[in-house]
Design a protein around this ligand. Structure first.
Ligand code: ASP
Length: 427
């Protein structure tokens, strides 16, 4: 999943930022000059349409991108032990990043900056708090119920309900494994279909993102009208953004340097110097896929990583390893649960770790790529995805930062793999 439209994505970021600012200004003006109803009737529906568009691509995106991702793993197998080792390290670093995010959000509790009354209002607005959802289903909820819920009874009913996203993931994984076992020859028509579906969905996401500045404008105008005078909502949003930033900084300045120090022979100073231009490009494009050519070049030229390692580890990383993204998704999901006053159980936290890990495999390395995937995480633990409206407005700068962490994570693992490969060659 790679695209290289650096300049157009930069201008899109700018347009989304402008949309956000205009939305807030419009909202404030409407409150001051009492035309809130016009905003609610004529502007807010565009935000709802934007969210609906995101929701409608979620199921086909998961099916296409996960089956494609799993089928791609057969090449990894061909690349022997190093391939599996790379995958293993990618999964471990992703899980560590998620745990760092979860620790930060549980410690800082940004969602608790919202008053109880406001929280009750949100619950009413989004209508279906997770807790009631489980009880409405009528099943007795035993300790293994969450596993039972992952297994679908029927493909069509699973695909027709966004809240059954884990069942869709299950179906995609089973299909992917079956395809790998049957082999390329007998499944080429189907895999071609999935490839094409994937390209089509990415194009549709492109269209939706063109609409993003208007969608964000409408969402922000609606948010400002609903919560003007309610400083706690904006304070909670600010704390949420700060939590994501703190977790991302910890990953970049503590977690990765420890990995470099312990598992590679590179000097941390050299690593930081080599990463700077790559990080700047990732920051300004919000796309790890667009940054990939520079990531590879810098890894080889400035860090002395062998071409064989860089050209395998980094492209695989762009597709399946997104530490910044998965950390952010975990923070966002738990923040929304806090805002809605939902107490997440230990099992639900484990489900968040599992779904964010899986969703980082399916997230395309493009601006805003993880927004659709975040729906999957939210649905998996019964958090109403409408809550997304709350965080969409501040998503842009956070996207830039998490993309920086995504590319830094890929290069960190490339350094570790280069070392391990040399050790294997020396042995
Ligand atoms: N923009 C991110 C990337 O390209 C993906 C995301 O988190 O939205 O790596």
């Amino acid at each position: 999943m790679q695209r290289t439209k650096t300049s157009s994505s930069t201008s899109l970021s700018f347009k989304i930022f402008v949309g956000m600012v205009i939305g807030v200004i419009l909202g404030l003006l409407s409150v001051n000059f009492h035309f809130e109803q016009i905003i609610k009737d004529w502007i807010v529906p565009w935000g709802t349409i934007f969210l609906r568009l995101l929701k409608f691509v979620a199921v086909p995106l998961v099916i296409a991108s996960l089956i494609k991702g799993i089928c791609g793993l057969k090449n990894v197998e061909r690349l022997s032990r190093l391939g599996f080792k790379t995958l293993g390290i990618y999964i471990v670093t992703t899980v560590c990043a998620i745990i760092i995010g979860i620790s930060a959000v549980l410690l800082i509790k940004p969602g608790n900056f919202i008053s109880d009354e406001k929280s009750a209002e949100f619950i009413q607005q989004y209508e279906q708090p997770a807790a009631t959802e489980a009880s409405v289903s009528g099943n007795s909820v035993g300790p293994l119920q969450f596993i039972v819920d992952i297994v679908p009874e029927n493909i069509i009913s699973a695909a027709s309900n966004n809240s059954k996203m884990l069942q869709i993931i299950f179906i995609a994984i089973i299909f992917g494994i079956a395809i790998i076992i049957i082999g390329e020859e007998k499944t080429k028509t189907f895999t071609k279909l999935i490839d094409d579906l994937n390209v089509i969905i990415l194009k549709i996401i492109d269209f939706i993102m063109v609409f993003a500045p208007i969608g964000v404008l409408a969402l922000m105008a609606g948010l400002t009208v609903n919560y003007s005078g309610e400083a706690d909502v904006f304070k909670a949003l600010g704390m949420y953004a700060a939590t994501v930033i703190i977790a991302l900084l910890f990953i970049s300045f503590v977690f990765y340097p420890i990995l470099i120090k312990l598992f590679s022979k590179k000097k941390i100073g050299n690593f930081i110097k080599a990463m700077l231009p790559v990080q700047l490009l990732a920051f300004s494009t919000s796309s790890s896929a667009a940054t990939l050519p520079l990531t590879i070049e810098s890894a080889e030229k400035n860090l002395g990583i062998s071409n064989e390692t860089a050209s395998f580890v980094l492209p695989v990383g762009v597709t399946i390893n997104m530490d910044g993204t998965s950390c952010y998704q975990a923070v966002a999901a738990i923040f929304m649960a806090q805002v809605l006053g939902l107490d997440l159980s230990f099992t639900q936290i484990l489900i968040i770790i599992a779904t964010t890990t899986i969703s980082s495999i399916g997230t395309p390395g493009i601006p805003g790529g993880s927004i659709v995937m975040l729906m999957i995480v939210l649905n998996s633990v019964g958090i109403p995805p409408e809550g997304l409206a709350l965080i969409m407005g501040v998503d842009r700068p956070l996207d830039m930062l998490r993309t920086v962490v995504n590319v830094t994570g890929d290069t960190t693992v490339a350094c570790m793999m280069d070392n391990s490969k040399r050790e294997m060659c020396d042995a």
